[in-house]
Design a protein around this ligand. Sequence first.
Ligand code: 5AD
Ligand code: SF4
Length: 469
Amino acid sequence: MHKPDYKEARTRDKRDYKRMDFSFDKDILNKYCGKTYYIKTYGCQMNEHDSENISALLEKLGFKKVDSYLKADLVLLNTCSIRENAHNKAFGMLGRLKHLKNEKKDLIVGLCGCMAQETGVVERILKDYKFVNFVLGTHNMYQLPEIIDKAIVDNSMQIEVFSREGDLYEGLPVIRANPYKAYVNIIYGCDKFCTYCIVPYTRGRERSRKKEDILLEIDQLIKDGYKEVILLGQNVNAYGKDLYDDYNLGDLLEEIALKDIPRIRFMTSHPWDFTDKMIEVIGKYPNIMPSVHLPVQSGSSRILKLMGRRYTRESYLELFHKMKNKIPGVSISTDIIVGFPGEEEADFLETMSLVKECQFDNAFTFIFSKREGTPACRLEDFVPLEEKEERLQRLNEVVNYYFLENHKRLIGKTLKVLVEGISSKKNQYYGYSENNQLINFTSQKKLKAGEIVDVMIEEAKTWSLDGRS
Ligand code: 5AD
Ligand code: SF4
């Protein structure tokens, strides 16, 4: 049994990690043929992509996917720690599984993802959810097949969580959810330690994949007919810093852009690591989508300092306007936290004025959530929850106003849309524009998913646009 430990998770000594090739233990290949699985994924794209690897590992064991946890022999929760409500959802699901297991004694239940890395969560599982068969951390996902096998064969709870990042495994199998859009990890972990955030503890040190491995994966995706790659990392702009003296996200984007792939996206960016070279490359290549997710978190320099964000309101705005000027037609989306400990009405009003200046194309807004083990958890928090909720509502009204205004400006324009699917209504399709807007549209021609088509925009809504091809 290996239990998580925050003290270890916090360390950032520059150890070398090995690049390993994954291989599947032949003794357990197809051992569980005839059994079924269900994965419930919480949280970000990184987790969604991990679930694509997990699905493939389970299928190698012989499990087949089903569409409801009620029908499954194995249920795996791939969890998220970012805010309290993600926790509550996962524990709610564990509660339902507890009942199910009373009726179905052979049911195998596992928990992986970020919550597995939390000391408090593992203690709670050991105390109140003893029926769970295994808990697997984020650093050793490659061990999933052998841990499941051990949990079943030994009929004992397996807890395998490493607090320090281990070797970096290449060649994990994958079953991708979308046949045209592919997630590609480029960097794992985060060293930023924003004071509110649990990610540096649950995902470990920043570790970049070798550029050769990334480029090989993308070549294969192109051969397989993928039209869009989404480069993933908690902070993609730190790509390469741990591996190379002179090769960063700008260089990687440029190498990928020269390949025959129509669409490249990347997320998430930290404003601190955004260089002029990156901006130049994004502006230069038409197949790098002009769409940047650039979390601001707050419009108040005082709060940004307490958050440990390493930039001020002014320097964020400078970067924002530089991007708007240098990347033709760029859309910029953001994340905002309200109610950080010590946030006064005046700080909040600075966030509101920044939103009015930036008129973001999309914004994810959250109320600050205390995460055990982070520095912000220990700060005095005197703003009552009702006031935070009221601030969030005021903020949402303004961000939503600009979503609609930005969309209205597109009426009469023609946008390129990657067709994702066909709606239930006749001749109705949906897909995403280069700026990552959801477009619902009609076409007299029969279209196929994966095609990129021109769509004339006819109507603007807050969350989507309607048009005709
Ligand atoms: N409380 C509220 N929001 C948070 N985020 C990260 N940690 C917290 C927290 N403790 C938000 C940030 C980040 C996004 C992924 O989640 O805005 O950019
Ligand atoms: Fe969390 Fe900050 Fe790292 Fe983003 S950059 S994952 S908010 S610590």
